[in-house]
Design a binder for this molecule. Sequence first.
Ligand code: NZQ
Ligand code: ZN
Length: 386
Amino acid sequence: MNNFWLTLPTEIFFGKGQISVLGKTLKKEGCTKALLAYGHGSIKRNGVYDDIIKELDGHGIPFVELAGIDPNPRIKTVEAGARLCREEGVDFIIAAGAGSVIDCCKAIAAARYYSGDPWDFFTRKTSVKKVLPVCAVLTLAATGSEMNGGTVITNEATREKLSTGSIRMKPKFSILDPVYTFSVPKDQTAAGIADIMSHVFEQYFSCPDAVLQDLMSEAVLKTVIMSGPVAISEPDNYNARADIMWAGTVALNGLLGLGKDGDWATHLIEHELSAKYDITHGTGLAILTPRWMKKVLDTESAGKFARYGRNVWSIQGDDDMTVALQAIDRTGEFFSSLGIPSKLSELGIDSSRFEEMADSALKYSKIGRFRNLSRSDIIDIYRSSL
Ligand code: NZQ
Ligand code: ZN
């Protein structure tokens, strides 16, 4: 296991009705004026917006709103949000929504105190030094953004989708009420499940092995494999929604990857798809993951894939390569059983931009630490996903 440093500063309020802590916790944190940021209106349809307003009014907290944050959030919205925070004297941001809203709010929080172009955070021209505090009211189980310091933003002008991270951007607190996810449609629930599993894979298929982290990873995978399909067939099943909500947070709050060099190749090559074609992140991951697995499967990696097959899918057999191949097939079949498309062509994507996407994916760094991917490896993965 590599050396590691861990701090988990985000306070989590998990469960039914936990929105009741919002007002008093904002007050405790010294909030005098909030920015309430959200997406395209799902929070107005499912009652989350009304619950938040009740809390803010009830505690006399003035606020301004930023509505319309897109899935795959844009740098232009970050600029607009930062401007609004400056002009309005906002001192706390409430991110009410899913990963895109939370990511956008973290970037706004950093951009508020930066006089340059906020895209500089993503091209690594500068690092995050000072931020506005953020809290999240989570409405979809997927990214783990509610308890990590990462943010992923799209630049429409350059058609790039890049991430950055800082401990400073970890939310101060997050409210996770599974009831708020009852209204998530089937396709987004499924994409969220694929995203959670992919976060685990990125850290599980990595070096060096670490017994506790790997066993915890298998537990997270088994949880979403058990409860994910229930959440899809019974959208208001509280326990199933609670299971995947907490699994999503644990999958990317730092615990599973401790002391390991995460791979993250599948994420980086998926971000190219979302950047160029504006597809749902988890859908892209579900299509790419089994193809990435087959690409990096060899006699050396077969043991880890076989362990995954045996411990997560209960596949029997002594031959590692046979079990590994079955495990990869089971992974793809599981995503299909959730109703996720299994080919890029089903999303209207053809091969015309594969080379451009491979170049763009490699623009800022090498890709893949479990197995390094060359440009032609990346193109092969896209081709085999067609
Ligand atoms: O815009 P609204 O109306 O809110 O609708 C959203 C959106 O259309 C809808 N939705 C959310 N909660 C809902 C709901 N609809 C009904 N009921 C609810 N309760 O779902 C749609 C998708 O929302 P989005 O925020 O895009 O989903 P997700 O949480 O999957 O976030 C994806 C974004 O996060 C990034 C992805 O790249 C992508 O941009 N990621 C962020 C990470 C991080 N910060 O750690 C890591 C991830 O790997 C990922 O890259
Ligand atoms: Zn992801």
